[in-house]
Design a protein around this ligand. Structure first.
Ligand code: SAH
Length: 537
């Protein structure tokens, strides 16, 4: 008769989160060993197994008992919450076996059945706080010297790991969590998001979102896992999220946000990588570098890093997180000519690392690594540039009014720009404004088209500006009195802001609601059948 030991992690505590193999292993066994509370959590899975439940602190004797029973021919399941290999029973059982001269080849059969550890189950309840490099640190100094735990906290803080603290606090151990907070605050701001999960996926589950500075004002106990974000973790409503990458971007007057996923994948957006943000050189020409040279170069590229000597130890300060400022520049709503000085200033500001992209919207988009926009904004404005935020905002696109010859309507274009330009809208919105009936800058092809003709304005709405079924807008009004124009356009845009769905283009909104400010939607699309051709096809 040969015995077996099954070391089973049963997950956080609810039956739905136990793996199939864990259930199987428990039902295959004829004897179950575990801490009383854990045996209770899985009692519905038990049939006729003998139960040997013990106290929390009897882990070593539990492991010894398991080995003895297996040696006498029994199939023993040793249960741990979460994963048995994470501060669980797996290591202890192997240690007892190794002491007895056990080998995998000749000894009794051992199977470790993996389970969902608290770091994973608690993260799922909080949102997606792990996502990036993370570590678990147990604050229990029962079997580990505090000095080692403190060093690991220092290292994790310094290296910007997301940290999951296990065994954060017990009735007797109350100082450790305070020390952990103190150490991490050396490297992370007090506003760093922190999630506290108590009894995740168990009956008395409790979830608290707090910050590194404030976390001690909430209940933390033996059943809590504390997840501390890295320097880019953020809260979104009741969710805690760590982005997959580091770089963040922002535009004028808007909040900073992570780069979109497709943007992050570009090599030039990874200035910190070993390739330094440049395309890999042709492998044939690639010079050979030793790993030391590569490591030194990487260290050098971590812009803000410094080696500091503090308390006799060398510390690497957290490298600075790069932010990219994105904004659109143009010579003006009614001007289409850049001066040489303006071009030189753009070149100077973009430098070697920035980007200048020309667009179909009478603007150049400037993307530059920059900490604060004020200085750059001031320099550009003093050279006469018109600056606009980019994204889902209102952009006014006017003609050049025949180089100023037909200038009568310019003040209206400027007023619309002043009142609406840069306003956040459900989806990018272009207002075309042309100074005469020739409309040679194509105002009728924009979301909202305005044409000045014989002292009055014509209004067009509902152009489908993109796609193979693109079409011009419908004329909704002719001969609008100048003084009525700006309030009318404002009220149209205001309604779209209030009632448009997120990402709903203006023409789609018009089609959905059928009427805006009394203007009734007409389908302008000629009936042609076309295969759908999504982007990329
Ligand atoms: N083997 C377990 C960890 C045991 S150490 C695992 O992999 O999850 C005990 C610690 O785990 C507790 O102090 C707590 O920090 C964490 N923990 C375990 N189960 C938990 C749960 N359901 N909810 C929150 N934290 C839990």
């Amino acid at each position: 008769m040969s015995g077996r030991i099954l070391i089973v992690g049963f997950g956080p505590g609810s039956e739905k989160h136990i793996t199939f193999r864990a259930k199987e292993a428990i039902s295959e066994s004829d004897c179950v060993l575990g801490y009383k509370t854990y045996v209770d959590l899985i009692k519905d899975l038990l049939t006729d197994q003998e139960i040997i439940s013990t106290g929390m602190s009897e882990e070593v004797s539990r492991a010894q008992a398991a080995v003895k029973l297996a040696e006498s021919g029994r199939k023993v399941a040793v249960i741990s919450s979460g994963d048995a290999g994470v501060y669980g029973m797996a290591g202890l059982v192997y240690e007892v076996l190794v002491e007895k001269g056990w080998t995998a080849e000749n000894g009794i059969e051992v199977e470790v059945v993996p389970g969902i550890s608290a770091i994973n189950s608690c993260a799922a309840l909080l949102g997606a706080p792990i996502m990036h490099d993370a570590c678990t640190i147990s604050l229990s100094d029962h079997l580990t010297p505090w000095e080692i735990i403190a060093r690991r906290l220092e290292a994790a803080g310094m290296a910007d790991f997301v940290v999951a603290l296990y065994n954060p606090k017990s009735g007797r151990r109350t100082r450790q969590i305070k020390e952990a907070q103190r150490i991490l605050l050396k490297y992370r701001s007090p506003g760093t998001p922190v999630g506290l999960v108590k009894s995740g996926y168990r009956e008395r589950q409790q979830i608290v979102m707090t910050t590194l500075g404030d976390m001690l004002n909430h209940e933390i106990g033996m059943l809590t896992t504390v997840i501390i974000g890295n320097s880019s973790t953020f809260f979104h409503g009741k969710k805690m999220i760590t982005p997959r990458g580091y770089q963040r971007k922002y535009t004028l007057s808007a909040e900073e946000q992570p780069l979109k996923l497709h943007e992050r994948l570009r090599e030039e957006n990874e200035p910190w990588a070993l390739h330094g943000g440049e395309k890999e050189p042709n492998p044939v020409n690639k010079e050979k570098a030793t790993s030391l040279e590569i490591a030194l170069e990487a260290l050098e590229r971590l812009g803000g890093s410094e080696i500091q000597t503090a308390a006799g130890a060398e510390r690497l300060a957290m490298p600075h997180q790069e932010k990219i400022l994105e904004l659109a520049v143009s010579p003006g709503v009614d001007k289409k000519k850049f001066t040489s000085k303006q071009m030189m200033l753009l070149g100077e500001i973009a430098g070697d690392t920035g980007e200048l992209e020309y667009t179909p919207h009478h603007q150049i988009i400037l993307r530059i690594p920059a900490e604060s926009p004020e200085d750059i904004q001031e320099r550009l404005e003093s050279e006469g540039f018109l600056l606009s935020p980019i994204g889902n905002v209102v952009t006014v696109k006017a003609c050049d009014f025949c180089d100023g010859d037909k200038k009568d309507s310019i003040p209206y274009a400027l007023e619309i720009q002043r009142k609406l330009g840069g306003l956040q809208v459900p989806k990018e919105l272009y207002i075309g404004f042309n100074g005469c009936g020739m409309a040679c800058y194509g105002a009728v092809n924009e979301d909202i088209g305005i044409i000045y003709r014989q002292g009055k304005f014509d209004l067009f709405m509902g152009a489908k500006t993109v796609g193979r079924t693109a079409h011009a807008g419908q004329p909704v009004a002719e001969g609008i009195e100048p003084k009525q124009l700006v309030p009318l356009v404002e009220s149209i845009v205001q309604e779209y802001i209030e009632k448009g769905h997120p990402n709903e283009r203006f023409f789609k909104y018009f089609k959905r609601v059928k009427q805006i400010k009394g203007f009734v939607y007409k389908d302008m699309m000629p009936k042609i059948e076309l295969e759908p051709a999504p982007c990329g096809d």
